[in-house]
Ligand binder design. Structure first.
Ligand code: 8X3
Length: 256
């Protein structure tokens, strides 16, 4: 077990926010990377930035929506099944309307991305990891996977699903040198809110008004800490919020 040394990490949602911060963190630790995201220009830019700083690394990129049916085949082709670490990060919230007012298309997109695509990624890499002698998986959950709040029914439901799935995976694979972990952040200032409010930057900015949110680098630092533990240690879950946030519905704002 202890001779296992991860070399190659797959990150979904790698072109911005937490995924991008994690790409930088893992590259600085000497890991080769397979970066998946929709925006090819951003992926190419990130690859070129990383290679400038870490010229010896192998950085592969795949431009794909996480829901694309051909993604698994593309990952298999590029990686040859040699994935040691999965940062299962792609996910989104859409809208903050009540159940009666929210739209089916938002529901479907959240369920498909946060649940189905996230689970499929695990289903893809776990057999490879077991065959290769081990692996590390960090699923991006949320405080919305533990708490609930009005306007977040489907987002919260998807993250509760991730929480349950991760726990079962951990139980099922226990003893096989697979470290199954999750991180559950509260408010992180990334493109999350801009995407939730469909490009309405004003509404997105209001989410973080008068308080100090977490940044993507805060989350990547914690994930790196999880990965850096000795092989016999699993940090099952990190739940993290800004000091100014007490729960999804309690936020201290100094301007109010
Ligand atoms: C993001 C945290 O509180 O907006 O996952 O749901 S919250």
């Amino acid at each position: 077990m202890n001779s296992f040394k991860p070399k190659y990490a797959l990150i979904t949602g790698a072109s911005s926010g937490i995924g991008l911060a994690m790409a930088k963190s893992l590259a600085s630790k000497g890991l080769d990377l397979l970066l998946v995201a929709r925006r090819l220009d951003r992926l190419e830019q990130l690859k070129s930035d990383l290679l400038k700083e870490f010229p010896k690394l192998k950085i592969d990129i795949i431009d794909s929506d996480i829901n694309d049916n051909t993604l698994a085949q593309r990952i298999e082709k590029v990686s040859g099944g040699k994935i040691d670490i999965l940062i299962n990060n792609a996910g989104l919230a859409l809208g903050k309307e009540t159940i009666e007012k929210s739209s089916f298309s938002d529901w479907e997109q959240m369920i498909s991305t946060n649940v189905v695509a996230n689970f499929k990624m695990v289903h893809l890499v776990v057999p490879w990891m077991l065959q290769n002698g081990g692996g590390d998986i960090i699923n991006l959950c949320s405080v919305a996977g533990i708490h609930t709040y009005p306007g977040g029914a489907v987002y919260c439901a998807t993250k509760h699903a991730v929480h349950a799935f991760t726990k079962v995976l951990r139980e099922e694979t226990c003893g096989r040198n697979l470290r199954v972990m999750q991180i559950s952040p509260g408010m992180v200032n990334t493109e999350f809110s801009t995407s939730r409010f469909k490009g309405d930057k004003n509404q997105a900015d209001k989410v973080y008004e008068g308080m100090t949110p977490l940044m993507a680098e805060d989350i990547s630092r914690m994930m790196q800490f999880m990965l850096d533990q000795p092989r016999h240690v699993v940090i099952d879950e990190i739940i993290t919020m800004p000091t100014d946030q007490g729960s999804p519905t309690t936020v201290f704002r100094n301007s109010k």
